[in-house]
Design a protein around this ligand. Structure first.
Ligand code: ADP
Length: 171
C-alpha cells in the first residue's frame, strides 16, 4: 500500500477510481466537479440523474460517497463525495474524514486498487489546506491499514502551494 502526492489535473489520472468533490445535488458544479463532467462527458451526469431519481432522491449527504461510470475519463469509476463547507465556529473535521473513508470503502466494494483524490473541500468550500491535508492523510493512512483492495492512493493537487502542503504532512 502507498500514498502518492502529485501536482496536476485529477481528470488526467489513469487509476481505477477518481474521487469527485461533488455537491449534494450530484448534478454538477464548479472546480473538480465541473472538470470531471466536462472531460468525462454526459454519461456521468446521466448516471447521477438516475441516482437522484432512485435511492438518492434527496441528494447525497455530506460525508457520504457513491459511484458512477467514469465516462470518457481514463478511469473505471468516479466516486462522488460531498465535502463539508468550512466553518470557523463548528468543527466539521469528522465529516471531512468520512468523505475519505467512505470514498475508499465504495472503491473497495468495486474491487478498485488505485484511487485518486483531489483536496476535498479546499476550493469553493474554503477549508484551509493545512488542516484538510492532515485530515485527508491520516484518514487514508488508517483506511489503507485495514482490510481493503485499495493499494495506492494518489492525492492530485492543483498548484505548487497545495502540493507542498500535502507533501509536508505525509507521515
Ligand atoms: P470543494 O467544493 O469541495 O471545495 P472544489 O472543486 O472547489 O471542491 O476544490 C477542491 C480542490 O481541488 C481545490 O483545492 C481546487 O484548487 C482543486 N481543483 C480544482 N480543479 C482541479 C482539477 N482539475 N484537478 C485537481 N484539483 C483541482
Amino acid at each position: 500500500m502507498a500514498i502518492e502526492i502529485v501536482e496536476g489535473d485529477i481528470t488526467a489520472q489513469q487509476v481505477d477510481v477518481i474521487v469527485n468533490a461533488a455537491n449534494s445535488s450530484l448534478l454538477g458544479g464548479g472546480g473538480v466537479d465541473g472538470a470531471i463532467h466536462r472531460r468525462g462527458g454526459p454519461e456521468i451526469l446521466a448516471e447521477c440523474r438516475k441516482l437522484r431519481a432512485g435511492h438518492y432522491s434527496r441528494g447525497l449527504r455530506v460525508g457520504q460517497a457513491v459511484a458512477t461510470t467514469a465516462g470518457r475519463l481514463p478511469a473505471r469509476w468516479v466516486v462522488h463525495t460531498v465535502g463539508p463547507v468550512w466553518s470557523a465556529t463548528e468543527d466539521r473535521s469528522s465529516l471531512l474524514a468520512d468523505c475519505h473513508r467512505n470514498s475508499l470503502r465504495v472503491a473497495a466494494s468495486l474491487g478498485a486498487s488505485t484511487v485518486a483524490f483531489p483536496a476535498i473541500s479546499t476550493g469553493i468550500y474554503r477549508w484551509p489546506l493545512e488542516s484538510a491535508a492532515e485530515i485527508a492523510l491520516s484518514t487514508v493512512t488508517e483506511e489503507l491499514a485495514s482490510d481493503t483492495s485499495v493499494t495506492l492512493v494518489r492525492f492530485v493537487l492543483f498548484g505548487q502551494a497545495a502540493y507542498d502542503i500535502f507533501r509536508s504532512r505525509l507521515p
